[in-house]
Ligand binder design. Structure first.
Ligand code: SIN
Length: 299
């Protein structure tokens, strides 16, 4: 029997799959369903200090090669959301709360409240490609300030979700590591746009959004590969994962765990299917533990 359990900064996962932030993560009940479907951990939608309506519609468009969204970080605010964290905790899998704010203090405040509500870890979202907070993740100094502030206030592990919309993602990963981050999540969506040629207007109300899905997988793999050579903390890979082969590619590039975002559109079976495929791959290749293949492509 091969062992595909993983430990990220002391957080034990029965398998290396997680639900990515932003998908089905606004409700405790849905997070429980994802856990029952086999995910090793779940990440909530990004939560801020107060309720936020997000951008007006249209906020989401399906493209032949991926999905473009600019939701605008809609969320009920942490005071309301603590209830959902408590419900999600009933699932028994780690519940990672994605947090954002306008300042290091706001990030820390939300993280502290999430920890008190039972969060297993925090994922700091400094990387939304079309909101002001996304700018933080493009600047190593601001990233360091936010991560330090969160680390000072919580005891649970802190992950930092990185943006690919920078010249050198390793610079930001290193800044996060120096500030005490326990892991980095790579990558958030790629800044993108879609124009309807009949109306001659951008389709999204926000005009610019973030691209996810299969189109961004090679970008995400490149980012994970580069980060692996630059930091010692674990990397959680995300971006366009649709099946076990995609997941294995992320492990070989250096990811210790993976997240599935828009891939859940194909159905929640995706978590069990990915785990089954990883196990068969490891057996076929003569490995006994998932960790034996992490970073193998760097030989
Ligand atoms: C959004 O809510 O607009 C997306 C959040 C993100 O990409 O971080």
């Amino acid at each position: 029997m091969v062992d595909i359990s993983v430990s990220i900064a002391g957080l034990h996962l029965r398998n290396p799959t997680m639900l990515a932030s932003g998908v089905l993560g606004m409700s405790g009940k849905l997070l429980k369903r994802v856990a029952s479907a086999g995910a090793g951990a779940v990440v909530t939608k990004s939560i801020g200090p107060k309720p936020r309506p997000g951008h007006p519609n249209p906020t989401f468009v399906e493209l032949p090669y991926g999905y473009l969204n600019a939701m605008g970080l809609p969320n009920p605010g942490i005071d309301e959301f603590v209830q959902e964290i408590k419900i999600a905790k009933e699932s028994g899998v780690p519940v990672i709360v994605s947090v954002f704010g306008q300042s290091p203090e706001e990030f820390a405040y939300v993280a502290e409240r999430a920890e008190k509500a039972g969060a297993s870890a925090i994922e700091v979202n400094v990387s939304c490609p079309h909101a002001e907070v996304g700018l933080i993740g493009q600047d190593p100094v601001l990233t360091r300030e936010v991560v330090r502030s969160v680390k000072e206030r919580v005891k649970i592990p802190v992950f930092v979700k990185l943006t690919p919309n920078v010249t050198d993602i390793t610079e930001i990963a290193c800044a996060a590591e120096k500030a005490g981050a326990d892991a980095v999540t790579a990558i958030n969506t790629v800044k993108a746009m879609y124009i309807d040629i009949e109306s001659a207007k951008p389709v999204l109300s926000n005009k610019i959004g973030g691209l996810s899905g299969p189109a961004i997988k090679p970008i995400a793999i490149r980012c994970v590969y580069e980060i692996y050579e630059s930091v010692r903390i674990p990397i959680i890979g995300v971006g366009g994962i649709q099946n076990w082969k995609d997941a294995v590619e992320f492990f070989l590039a250096g990811a210790s765990a993976i997240q599935v975002g828009s891939g859940v559109i194909m159905g929640l079976n995706i978590f069990r299917d990915i785990c089954g495929g990883i196990k068969r791959y490891l057996e076929r290749k003569g490995f006994t533990k998932l960790r034996e293949i992490i970073g193998l492509a760097h030989r």
